[in-house]
Structure formats: C-alpha cells, structure tokens
Ligand binder design. Structure first.
Ligand code: FCB
Length: 393
C-alpha cells in the first residue's frame, strides 16, 4: 500500500495525561491510601519540572494532570495554602515551557473527611465539591487553559458502587442512580461556579466512551440489547450534561461486543476476538475510536482525546497503537468530527489503581528503585508526530 501522509489541523494539541494519586507520591492520605497505598509513586509532586522537561523534549504542547483534593482541603473548611501554591508553581512551570494545561479537579480520590461523610452518596456532595472548586478556580484560573471537573463518572460509579473494586468497594446496583445523579449535579454546579469566576473558561469532563456493538448485527434482539448497553455506558451522562460542557473530553480504551446470554440480564459483554491485546489483556481496537468520534458529531462541540493508551512493558506495541489510533482520529476529523487534541495515557509509568505498579502505560519508563526515567522508543516516534502534526502511515 502506498504511504499515506495525514496532516492534522494547524492548532492541534499534542500531549499526554497523568493524575495526582497515580504519580505524585508523598504518602498523601485519602480514601485509597490505607488499602491501596501509592507511596512514593513517581515522585512527580516534587519532581514535576523533570517530567515537564521530558514532555517538552518530546514536543508536547499540552499536559493534563489532576489536583489532589486531599492535599488542598485536608479537613472540612480547611484549605492548605502551601498545596495551592504548589499547584500554581506547577502551572507556571508549564507556561515557561509553552505547554498548555488541562487540569482535572477530581480524578478518583477523596479526602478522608469527605469519604467519611459518605463520599458520592452524600446528597450534599455537589455543595462540598463546589466549595473546593471555587477555591481552586479562584486561585489558579489565570494559569489554566482547560478545566475538567471530574474523570470518568460512569466508570467510577461502576467500579466503586456496582463491582466493589474501588473505594468505597460497594456491590449495590441500587446505589448507582443516586451516585450518577450526584455526578450530574456536581458537574453542573462546578461548571457554573467556574463560569461565574471566568465566563470564558473552557470546562469539560473526561468521559470514558467505548465502542459498543451488537455481537450479531443480524439479530434484532441483539441490536436492541446493544443499544441499551450503549445508552447506559456511553450516552446517559453526556445527554444529561451536554448543555454544561464547552468541549468533550474523551478517554478511549474499549471495544465491547454485547448480547444476552441465558445467564445474563440485561446484557453480557462477550469476550472479543482478542487479536491483539495489551499487557492487561485489554483488546486493542483502534477502529473503535472512529465510531466513538463519529457518534459525537451531533453535539457540535470541540473534542479532545484526554486519554488513550496501553500497558506495554516491552514497548513492542505502543508505536503501532498510537499511529493506528491517530489514523482513525484523522479519518473522523475528515468526516466532520471537531477533534482538536490528543493526550496519550500516560507520560510516565504510574500507579494503575488496583493493579499497582505492574502495568506500564508510560511513554517514559519509570525505574521505581532509583526513580530514574528513560524515554521509550515509541515516545520518540510519537514526538515526531507532535512536532510536525503529520502522520506518515
Ligand atoms: C482510565 C483512568 C486512568 C488510568 C487509565 C489506564 O480509566 O482514567 O486513571 O488508570 O484508565
């Protein structure tokens, strides 16, 4: 096949993402730290300049990171000036390097006081979150390019309240509507609060959207089951908040094939063909991102890919993974999707929640023994694309 030269739009943003608990370290105390301590992690809290230098060296011009609520508000009504000053310094360090910032206000961990009050089940959660949001936005907004209120509300709800995997580890499907409703309320309130402070702010949510398709396209039953799955998994939160989003933040990892089996209700995910998988056994399905993006055109909002990546310790699949996803993103842009940036997950290897330090998602390898870092070969390939905005395929 002849080589294709795919050019991305002129001001397209290129970068990578991290989140506070997964990289910062410093033994922060929060609802995760007792059962799933991240300990020193990547020492990013103290060493952020080194990581920003790496991002710069790799030609990245946007960086997504999150704030630690537990550091900023260690007790109800008590805000820590040192912590907020620290985040200001980080934002200034990005500015010095000409790297835009995308700041997630909440990426999955709660201060202990908030989780003791019932966390996302508390009917006043949106009010607590608004106080925290108001504080951080008043302190940081002049240095922030994009705000994201929360990360993956639907994934968090299912892992924390239905599947019992993440704190508070509940297995109760009936709690899900309450938690989802709280996410919607919380996001809307925070969105308004940010706009009250800066009417030009750009505010979104990072949503994990999968490409869900019927296991058998010919079966009407199967198609309607897949539609129901897609509604709850991919559309519900978006539909409920679409008038409170200035851009859509999309995390894409999964392809789901859906059907009903005698043992499942209302639907079952059928194991994919797994032609290619990551070290975590997640199927690699780049074409899915094209379908996801196509389905978002109707919202008429700018789209940023805020996460996309794989665990690949040997770095054998990452280059191809990135290039293939970018090829499909480019195709979606050609087809009318207003995609304006791509942030790979992740800049560095980090603490992958319950899977700990095993999975290696980084463009940069982290040696947790001596805390040294090493740029992976795939990162250099991605850096060429970041520099030119051109993908040669
Ligand atoms: C996403 C999370 C992110 C990271 C990646 C692998 O769902 O937002 O923190 O764990 O998965």
């Amino acid at each position: 096949m002849p080589k294709q030269i795919l050019k991305f739009p002129k001001d397209f943003l290129w970068g990578s993402s991290v989140s506070s608990y997964q990289v910062e370290g410093g033994n922060v105390i929060c609802d995760w730290s007792e059962k799933f301590p991240a300990k020193t992690a990547c020492n990013y809290y103290l060493n952020y300049e080194h990581f920003f230098d790496l991002a710069k060296e790799l030609n990245q011009n946007v960086h997504r990171f999150s704030l630690s609520w537990a550091r900023i508000q260690p007790a109800e009504g008590k805000f820590d000036r040192k912590a907020i000053e620290h985040y200001r310094k980080m934002l200034l360090a990005l500015k010095e390097r000409d790297i835009k910032s995308m700041v997630t206000i909440w990426h999955w961990t709660l201060p202990l006081w908030m989780s003791e009050k019932g966390g996302w089940e508390n009917s006043k959660f949106a009010d607590y979150f608004q106080q925290y949001t108001k504080f951080v936005v008043e302190e940081l907004d002049d240095l922030v390019d994009f705000w994201m209120t929360t990360n993956e509300p639907m994934i968090y709800t299912s892992l924390s309240y239905i599947l019992g995997k993440f704190p508070p580890q509940k297995n109760n499907l009936f709690l899900a509507p309450k938690v989802i409703n709280n996410f919607v309320k919380t996001h809307k309130k925070a969105y308004e609060c940010i706009h009250d402070i800066n009417k030009n702010a750009k505010v979104g949510v990072a949503q994990n959207l999968s490409f869900g398709e019927p296991f058998n396209n010919k079966s009407i039953l199967n198609r309607s089951v897949a539609k129901t799955f897609n509604f709850f998994r991919n559309s519900l939160f978006l539909e409920l908040t679409k008038n409170h989003q200035d851009f859509l933040g999309i995390n894409y990892y999964f392809h789901d094939r859906i059907k009903i089996t005698p043992f499942s209700f209302p639907f079952a995910k059928i194991k994919n063909d797994d032609k290619e998988v990551s070290d975590l056994n997640w199927e690699i399905y780049p074409k899915g991102i094209y379908h996801v993006l196509n389905n978002l055109k109707k919202y008429n909002l700018p789209i940023y890919i805020t996460e996309n990546g794989l665990a690949d310790e040997k770095d054998q699949k990452r280059e191809k993974f990135i290039k293939q996803h970018l090829r499909y993103i480019h195709k979606a842009i050609k087809n009318g999707a207003d995609v304006r940036g791509y942030m790979h997950w992740s800049l560095i290897d980090n603490f992958e929640w319950r899977d700990g330090y095993g999975p290696r998602f980084g463009l940069v390898e982290m040696n947790y023994k001596d805390m040294s870092t090493k740029i992976r070969p795939s990162a250099l390939e991605y850096a060429k694309i970041c520099k030119t905005g051109v993908l040669e395929n």
